[in-house]
Write a protein of this length. Sequence first.
Lengths: 426, 177
Amino acid sequence: MGQTTAEKIFAAHLRDEPFQGTKVLDIDRVLCHEITTPVAIADLEWRGKDRVFDASKIKAVIDHVTPAKDSKTALQAKILRDWARRHEIKDFFDVGRNGVCHAIFPEKGYIRPGFTAIMGDSHTCTHGAFGAFAAGVGTTDLEVGILKGVCAFREPKTIRVNLNGKLPGGVYAKDVILFVIGQLGVNGATDRVIEFHGPVVETMSMDARMTLCNMAIEAGGTCGICQPDMVTVEYLWPFIGEEYASKAEALADFQNWVADTDAGYDKVLDFDVSALEPQVTYGFKPDCVKSAKEMAGTKVDQVYIGTCTNGRIEDLRQAAAVLKGRTVADSVRGIVSPATPKIFQEALAEGLIQIFMDAGFCVTNPTCGACLGMSNGVLAEGEVCAATSNRNFSGRMGKGGMVHLMSPSTAAATAITGVITDARSF
Amino acid sequence: MKKTFGGPSIFLDRGDINTDEIIPAKYLTEVTKEALKPYCLEDLSLDGFDPKGEKLANARVIVTRDNFGCGSSREHAPWVFEVNDIHTVIAESYARIFRQNMFNCGMLAIELPKEQIDKLFALEQGSGDVDIAINLAEQEIVARGNGIEESCRFEISPFDKALVEAGGWVEYADARY
Ligand code: SF4
């Protein structure tokens, strides 16, 4: 029988199988941010093992709370910064150059088809958009990754999701993944990889594929994976141009990681998305999903556009297209956080920042910010936020607050009216 | 460091309890495990559950439903249990990262079928005090409450068991790789 993409990557990275079914893999990228890494660093120091397995394979960023908001977050940033300097980790991004981890690392070309990557962050599954196996892990796994360059996994089963048909106008990758999570449930993919296939994914940009894979964890998935193709090659070409004689050659190489046609799947799901409507969550779990029309009229206090799910340039373009020539409702605070400095600059050059500001949005520096309720837009008790992020847990954006997840386009329309609004009604 | 397992139990009767409920994100600015201690399950709102109550303070074991520990990868969730001497969780199922984090810390995330979990919950009806003894070598738990004793075996992968016996993944990996 053939192999899935994850099985191919596991086979190529297998360092050890201490017990049947437990695979210890060599890791190509150990990614770090300032919230989960400092305790790993402290523990390594305490053990007298303040070393790194390979500084060139470790990438680090300060992104969750930045610039620091208080002494505690300043200390977290300092621990990461000092450690990166001490070990000469060249790819370390600090204030002025930093952005949301799952946006900035791919943007720098660090993730390639066939790679293994871990990070102390559950949305590491985003990087599977490149045909990589990328998994969120805890601090102990991160610590061992930093020290030894390995991580243990149960060989994951794979759920194949075929996205068929053609996405209607005004409906985006975010709507697709919210719909898929609604179908799978919040633990429908636990210990599973979700492999996305079909004409809808094939026509998606890398930005859209990252949105898709970003939320695999919200169905419990270890990783979301898209098949590497010419879109992947084009995106990575600025970084791999010297490694390959031509794009065709790169494509041929990348296709080694494409799942075999006779691969064995745990489950195969077929969805025709041709009639899909914009989706919005309604409860405190990401699988509580309805159409924007059904949710229409729900009042919001804040609109947050950004994050590792939807803070990329295409997302800002989609939101700006709706906002252009319009203004945010008086009852709403609009906040937009371009996910990286590069995205911010592109948005400036394209006039998107102007549109956001004319509409009355507050434009923040690239950061996770309000997404996890730590800075830049924390909700007060009883407040409601329409957000392009990925998690609507109770209190996620501030104790007693409520979050509705949606696409940038729906969020922009909601900002204008002050109530959840299907952007296609404009 | 090797952990001890078993003791008085607390029952959390809901599925999908997430890591934000176990330890809210605002405490992620702490850089030591000990600093998390007062905030265990602080944002969990559940009938009859008091995060500041004696029941939680005395608990050494948590018994709960499915998909426990879903959400973020924060190891602060197992840590807040660890520093409160709760080294065992017994649930119908777990989110992958949380489960791995427990074993990586040398702690136990025991999975039991729903019927078995129901029986444990049944013991709690009445006096409410349930003591659960855990025998890792035999992979067996014995729960006593309401004058009744329930025992059952549990499955644990040989790797997870080896992690617990080694005291965690850092110890295990350091000796081997
Ligand atoms: S943007 Fe939100 S979900 Fe993404 S890494 Fe930051 S805190 Fe996590």
